[in-house]
Design a protein around this ligand. Sequence first.
Ligand code: ATP
Ligand code: MG
Length: 336
Amino acid sequence: MASAASNPTTCSGKDYELPWVEKYRPHKIADIVGNEEAVSRLKVIAKDGNMPNLIFSGPPGTGKTTSILALAHELLGANFKEAVLELNASDDRGIDVVRSKIKMFAQKKVTLPLGRHKIILLDEADSMTSGAQQALRRTMEIYSNTTRFALACNTSAKIIEPIQSRCAIVRFSRLSDRDILDRLLKVVQTENVPYVPEGLEAVVFTADGDMRQALNNLQATYSGFHFVNQDNVFKVCDQPHPLHVINIIRHTVGGNIDDAYAGLKQLYDLGYSASDIITTLFRVVKNYEMPEFVKLEYLKEIGFAHMRIADGVGSILQLSGLLAKLCMARDKAITV
Ligand SMILES: Nc1ncnc2c1ncn2[C@@H]1O[C@H](COP(=O)(O)OP(=O)(O)OP(=O)(O)O)[C@@H](O)[C@H]1O
Ligand SMILES: [Mg+2]
């Protein structure tokens, strides 16, 4: 019987869509967008060949794993398979693994071009126990003439100090809207995605500097609706529509608490949680055209409300209290 599995061509092409995050993962350092300073440092390392122990730290979806892999490929080329040991949070990385697997790999003999080293990639290193990290300290030093380490993490504070002191830290920050938009434009052109510019801007808004999220949201909108416009994006991403939130802000700026409350109630009744609403509120106010002193008051009040919501008090009363404070903040800022 000719099954789909025995005939690989049946699962290629349109039927078998690779997630765009993987399809468009850059393979060369030069293709990584944003974080110019970090990327230019990596380019220098790739050119010189002498990689120091490195820690890549930064928020999710900004290119840490991508950069580590691209750097290792550029340094080792065809030797990548035998000269790289990759461990991530899905692997057991307790102290035993450091003692056995990592040490054994460090001792392994691999013939490499002059000046190149074996590389141990520890992705999501912030999930390693501190015992395992302690066990790495001396290993890193003993084998430093043949083996280098590259660690990736979201918060470098979760890497113990002695390891930090042995590594150069490469910091990644959230990508700019411009960088994400440029990348999305390339993808929609390659994939022939029908779109309107506001649709792509909406994807950028929902992603908040996370390229992985941007690509996933774009793909989800495309596969769900076959057209990328604002409404479809916010339906797929299930976030409060910013235009709706802009209206609420506009009412508070006009001192019109009743209409602002009506808008808020509508959002709340649609099922959005207080933290969904406050996150969108913050992002909208950040980009809202208003005098700076009023904006600062607004952001301060939203920040306090966010803190209370994060503490667990996410009721509609909390949010309406915030609206009242915003109306007052505007009056206060104007009379001062
Ligand atoms: N700077 C970037 N340039 C181009 N594509 C990027 C960039 N950052 C992320 N991406 C895209 O997002 C996907 C995920 O990126 P990556 O795995 O490097 O994120 P990460 O920083 O390791 O995140 P995490 O902290 O969650 O592990 C990549 O496959 C790629 O498609
Ligand atoms: Mg990663």
